[in-house]
Unconditional design. Structure first.
Length: 226
């Protein structure tokens, strides 16, 4: 979970707060000098030019602690009004932790659907930290239905809790295709003698139209008494 600047100030030591002050000032300065239109022109002409705040992004864990790194990196992205070139560069060149912070912040940036390739890349990974971050608010807003349904299944395959899927109830409601996919997955698990995850039942129940019962999964597993 991302924490606010006020919460960070209350938890960080003096040296870390001073480092963060400078880092955020550099990010804000880059945003002010560039502006939205200038950013597009600058990054198009020189896609590999990295402003100083991007170097701070990579160093966030070392200076502010790994527990706060996601929040610090998110603040930097927001303060810099990071353009697509920056978030793509930070994602492509970053560690798993740095990529996760990008994914967690996408919905706070003015990128429209242009950052979807980053989400799609994360959903192809087997790193559950990236999968969980990829199904956040940005994916809920911008992933097309087919890709979003497969993202839900990806969570089930990788045992990422479906609670990580932002707006799951809203997008799943009345989605008969998602219901079919989940039912097929449940049937495959049952046929293989494997338990149906409770998260699958939760997601399947959400596909029912308002006022209708949830579609059934496979037959319930036998109890010890039976």
């Amino acid at each position: 979970m991302l924490t606010s600047r006020e919460e960070l100030d209350a938890e960080l030591g003096e040296a870390a707060r001073a480092w963060l002050d400078v880092a955020l000032a550099e990010a804000a300065d880059d945003a002010t000098r560039s502006g939205a239109a200038a950013d597009a022109s600058r990054t198009a002409a020189s896609p590999y030019a990295s402003p100083s705040w991007e170097l701070r992004y990579a160093a966030a864990g070392r200076h502010c602690g790994q527990r706060h790194a996601d929040s610090v990196r998110s603040l930097l992205l927001v303060e810099a009004r990071a353009p697509l070139a920056s978030v793509t560069r930070l994602y492509d060149q970053g560690t798993a932790a740095e990529r996760r912070a990008v994914l967690l912040t996408l919905h706070l940036l003015d990128l429209g659907d242009t950052a979807l390739p980053l989400v799609e890349d994360a959903l192809r990974a087997n790193d559950t930290r990236l999968v969980a971050a990829a199904v956040g608010p940005y994916a809920a807003e911008h992933l097309a239905p087919h890709a979003w349904r497969h993202a839900v299944l990806k969570c089930l395959f990788t045992e990422v809790p479906v609670a990580a899927v932002a707006r799951l109830a809203d997008r799943a409601r009345g989605d008969t295709e998602l219901a079919r996919m989940l039912t097929d997955f449940a049937a495959e698990r049952t046929a293989a003698g494997r338990p149906v995850p409770e998260d699958l039942r939760t997601a399947l129940a959400l596909t029912a139209p308002a006022g209708h019962p949830a579609p059934p999964t496979a037959a319930p597993a036998p109890t010890e008494e039976s």
